[in-house]
Write a protein that binds this ligand. Structure first.
Ligand SMILES: [Ca+2]
Ligand SMILES: [Ca+2]
Length: 230
């Protein structure tokens, strides 16, 4: 009886190890990350090179210090694993005297949109408000609502905000997402940039192979026979 118990435990342990090695991968798979600390150019971006904040952080933008103005950049990724959903996360730098939908100095729009998907269009304010973020435009919130960092980037003219944004959407195939701003005053007055851009997809679960079921049922049958024979 003792021998059977030992064999039973050993077979069960083998089964657990086998299942452990062949179980489906975690749902979210990181397929892209860029903190823009490396060497430009980055061909996956339609516009933007290495920009540097006064505090010394490197980020994506077309202007060396200010990033982007009233411009669009598109991130394109190909050869992704099969998936049905994507998540794009990033830090958004809102730089200097943005005015939200202030009647005199706005409206300062910023937008994110996956190709073929719905647009998230909002406004940000630093010098003036109200701003729409964290909701889509139009909505009224005080300037800087939801910022993650306050004047951390070292800009002089009204300062800066860092926001952490994340969008999850139904998606398959190649990925193209656009980021743009419109309505801004001059580049030394109001600008923006991207940092720590991460893309994750929910890679399809790997089906458990039929041979594994046969192996498992074989083990159980073996245990059953031995037990009966005892
Ligand atoms: Ca960076
Ligand atoms: Ca403005």
């Amino acid at each position: 009886m003792k021998r059977l118990n030992n064999r039973y435990v050993m077979l069960l342990a083998l089964l657990v190890i086998w299942l452990g090695f062949t179980s489906p991968p975690a749902n979210a798979v990181e397929v892209y990350f860029n903190d823009f600390e490396g060497t430009a150019p980055w061909a996956e971006w339609s516009a933007g090179g290495k920009a540097t904040t006064p505090s010394g952080r490197h980020f994506l933008g077309t202007h060396a210090t200010y990033g982007f103005g009233n411009e669009t950049t598109i991130l394109t990724l190909t050869g992704l694993p099969n998936h049905t959903q994507a998540t794009v996360s990033f830090d958004l730098y809102i730089i200097q005297s943005w005015d939200g939908q202030n009647a005199s100095y706005g409206t300062d729009f910023w937008s994110f949109q996956p190709q073929g998907g719905s647009e998230f269009k909002t406004t940000f304010g630093i010098a003036n408000g109200p701003q729409s973020y964290p909701d889509p435009y139009p909505a009224d919130h005080p300037a800087r609502t939801g910022e993650k960092e306050h004047n951390a980037l070292g800009y002089g003219f009204y300062g800066d905000s860092v926001y952490q944004l994340s969008f999850t959407f139904a998606h398959s195939g190649d990925l193209a997402v656009s980021f743009w701003a419109a309505g801004l005053q001059g580049i030394t007055d109001e600008s923006w940039g991207l940092d720590n851009v991460k893309v994750e997809v929910n890679a399809a679960a790997v089906p458990i192979p039929a041979s594994l079921f046969l192996f498992g049922s074989g083990l159980l049958r073996l245990i059953g026979i031995r037990r009966k024979g005892q």
